[in-house]
Design a protein around this ligand. Sequence first.
Ligand SMILES: Cc1cc2nc3c(=O)[nH]c(=O)nc-3n(C[C@H](O)[C@H](O)[C@H](O)COP(=O)(O)O)c2cc1C
Length: 584
Amino acid sequence: MSSSGICNIKAEYIIPDPKRDVNLDHVSDKDKINFENASIADETNEPPFKKQKFDKSKKLKGQNKSRGPTYRVDKGDELCSNLINVVLDGEIPTCERKNCQFLHDIKKYLELKAKDLGDNCYNYQVSGKCARGLSCRFGSEHITTEGTNKIDQEKLLAFEANGPYTINTLKHDVQIALRKRTYDFKLAEKCVKYVDSIKKNNHESEKSSNPPTGSVTDEDIIKLLQREKKKIHWSDKLFLSPLTTVGNLPFRRICKEFGVDITCGEMAMCSSLLQGLPQEWALLKRHKSEDIFGVQLCANNPFLLTKCGQLLQNETDVDFVDLNLGCPIELVYNSGAGCGLLRRPRVLETCVKSLSSILDVPLTVKMRTGVYSSENIAHTLAPKMKDCGVSLLTIHGRSREQRYTKSANWNYIETVAQAAAPMPVLGNGDILSYEDYKKSKETAPHLTGVMIGRGALIKPWIFTEIKEQKIWDISSSERFEIIKKYSNYGLEHWGSDNKGVENTRRFLLEWLSFLYRYIPVGILESPPQKINERPPHFKGRDELETLMASPSASDWIKISEMLLGPVPENFNFLPKHKANSYKN
Ligand SMILES: Cc1cc2nc3c(=O)[nH]c(=O)nc-3n(C[C@H](O)[C@H](O)[C@H](O)COP(=O)(O)O)c2cc1C
């Protein structure tokens, strides 16, 4: 990294800093009022608010402010889901729901329905049937003038013969049992108590002081502890980081196509999984292409974790479970979860031992160097993790305190790898090119492999670059094809009706807030790009390249409109993560 933290761009591509105005089209009403008051205050030299300060310069640096939902369904304008799959000569289903507020008049709905966004429905084309039927926004291809759906039976049969494409969905009976708290977690509870008592006493005294309860006996637990775990061959593999919000299933499919070996779902909160919340269970979904797939759990106590371990064991198909020991978010940390577990080693030990014992797949942990920059503790915890049954440890080379402000400490990553040996260790932090990858292996020779997070978000083809040991000067049209593919995968995953289109857009925009940070190889003075180096303002080699390099949310919205049509009224967007490590 250059000492200045500035990335050198060929002179002919450097452009003056643009004057950045706020595009108020996609800013919430509240922020608009704030902004206008700030402007008036500027003119009159008066503070805009006494209590709530509105800093215009901050506003200009950031993107659109509001975090409100990007899209709300107006039930009165949407067709009832019971009617969307009507086919020619088929029965028109009736809606049994009491007080259903959705429309039930197909003709009226089709008249009201906003204009289709395109002639081609990706879902109909790949599977012969669009699950969103009449409500599909790309439906002209499969909706007849009579208001029924076409189905391509031959394609559908071929498609279904290869399915299912997505697994780990929440079954209705499981959801009910979780909501009513009737799911039988005796095994998990017993497991935690057993592990805890073993820790305190020796095995024999524990037996007499803690008699088995319910239908689960000590023998069940002993069998559990002694059973052979499934094994994963971790070495020579490339790992994709768990990435909240952006590491969704469509994104992971893209990474698989570029050669990543092992994928992991976004961090799932155990408390929410145990309540059967669909949005949390959605994080466990696995695509068919994800041949080695894990899910990441976050909780602050062994009961929550072990119950979730039992759930995953019984209700899903995953190859490994990862425990989050790195989440720096205040709320999570203060509750003693994520990075907070690093400062509670005794609880951590029970968490890891009991979760590991209930799983027949490997348990992995992902941690930061420690809580404070001045106090690295991962190397002292690593050997204990191995003794508690952890199969692999990932070390992100920064402390909680550092977040993303400093470069990852690869020398310390090597220290952890040595301390943990022979347990496999992955290094994680700042890898954006094959060169970075090579350097990481030189600096930390005891590592089993590396995990890549933002590098994959900024350029998902990084996995191809590493596997083929090259720098890829990818063109803007090739990059556009990637996001087009992502949109299609999004429409497949979230649906192609209004709600699905807007969900796809929201996640695409979140991703674009990383993708724009890519600097094309051909315009760099000395490639490859380094993750910590901020470029001066630059133009691309063509219009599309310039557009894709824009840091402005309104340009990302423009890109989304090229693929998903115009944004709905009252649309606003602010990216969730601002994880860059540029020096200010
Ligand atoms: C947007 C975003 C979301 C993240 N979400 C998670 C997460 O859910 N679980 C986790 O363990 N780490 C998460 N991380 C941290 C990354 O997995 C990774 O450890 C970190 O970004 C450092 O690696 P990198 O420099 O390759 O990005 C997230 C990071 C980013 C940027």
